[in-house]
Structures are given as C-alpha cells and as structure tokens.
Design a protein around this ligand. Structure first.
Ligand code: COA
Length: 176
C-alpha cells in the first residue's frame, strides 16, 4: 500500500478533539513493539485532560503534536515537548510512533520532516533531542538521515522483558 494511491492520509497539528484518538493510538502501540517507554500500564490522562493538554500545546511556542489520520483514524503521532522553565525552554524532546501496519510507507519521514519544519519556524527552540533504543535500527536510520547526531550510549537505559538495553541519546541543533 502506498500513501497516495491507496489511502488518504492527512498530516496535521493535533487539536483538542483528537484526544481520544491520540490516547487510543498510544495504548494500541505501547505493546506492539518493545521500543516504547510506555508499557501496558495505560495512558495516564483522561480524554478530557488530554483535550486540555492538546489545547495548551496548540498555543505553545515550544510544544507541538502532529498526527497522521487515515480514514478518520489517528495512526501516527509525532511530538516536541519543551519546558516552560526559561533556562531550558529552548530544548525540545522528540517522540514519534506509527501504528505497525502503517510502517515502511514513508510516513515516519513525512511526519518528522513536518515536525522539524515546525521547530525551525519556532522563535524559541535551539536544541532537539531524543532517546532511542540501540536495537531500534529503523528509527535510528530515520533520525540519522534527518541530521540527528549520536551523543552518548546510555547503558542500562531501559528494561524490556527483563532485559536491560542500551539507549542512544541523539540531538540536532537548529535555528543557530
Ligand atoms: C520508527 C518509525 C516511526 C518509523 O516510521 P516508518 O513510517 O516506518 O518510517 P519510514 O517508512 O519513513 O522509513 C524510515 C526509514 O527507515 C528505513 N528502514 C525501514 N526498515 C528498516 C530497517 N529494518 N532497518 C533500518 N532502516 C529501515 C527506511 O528505509 C527509511 O529510510 P529512507 O526514507 O531513507 O528509505 C516506526 O517504525 C515506529 O513507529 N516504530 C515504533 C515506535 C518507535 O520505535 N518510535 C521511535 C522511538 S525513539
């Protein structure tokens, strides 16, 4: 299945009415792979709380949530989370997840490109950073080709299925 020929996919900023779809996607993808920090503990906010969060994020200068929507269903989320503290508000933490049946169609690259464009148009963000498991070759390739540099390997950075795993700390400087 290619994106243009067989499915109608829209990539756009999330709005409060996306809250339920966002929560469903996070819960659905949490256990599809061992790559997510979230496990089967479930999303911590209610739909109403998440809607308020999305409203705040939409208006924020250093936070953004982008969704990929296919046939009205949210199947991908990419986000930047920044702090309100003046000393670190130039730092944005990146996250991305796509529902597994939609992997390998170029959506990850499209969503990350959109998110980077948003970050580059921000007057605040200077440093984008993320953590990715060393074994997650697909995600690492995506980040590397978008200009993220490996800064450190965090040994014992995460525990999955009883196994302690290496995590890569990566970053990209923007708007310098
Ligand atoms: C990581 C993720 C977002 C990538 O999304 P995707 O839509 O599959 O990505 P794309 O189709 O755009 O492919 C991205 C790149 O990975 C490459 N790739 C695909 N399979 C790969 C593999 N097994 N090993 C290495 N690279 C691979 C592709 O070639 C592509 O590079 P290219 O554009 O230069 O050809 C998606 O796999 C996902 O949601 N994974 C689970 C959650 C996760 O790991 N999130 C990141 C946590 S830090």
């Amino acid at each position: 299945m290619t994106i243009n020929e067989e499915m109608d996919c829209i990539i756009r900023e999330a709005v409060p009415s996306d809250a339920e779809g966002v929560i469903n996607l996070i819960n659905r993808t949490a256990t599809q792979t061992g790559f997510m920090t979230q496990g089967d503990e479930g999303f911590s906010l209610s739909v109403a709380e998440e809607a308020k969060e999305l409203d705040k994020i939409y208006a924020s200068e250093n936070n953004s949530v982008i969704v990929a929507v296919v046939n009205g269903q949210i199947i991908g989320i990419a986000s930047i989370s920044g702090s309100s503290k003046p000393k670190i508000r130039h730092i944005g933490d990146i996250g991305i997840v796509i529902d597994q049946p939609f992997w390998g169609m170029g959506l990850g690259r499209m969503m990350m490109t959109e998110l980077l464009e948003w970050a580059e148009s921000s007057d605040v963000l200077k440093r984008l950073q993320l953590q990715v498991q060393r074994r997650n070759t697909r995600a690492r390739k995506l980040y590397e080709t978008l200009g993220f540099k490996l800064e450190a390997i965090l040994e014992y950075g995460v525990k999955d299925n009883g196994e302690y795993l290496d995590v890569c700390q990566m970053s990209k400087l923007i708007n310098l």
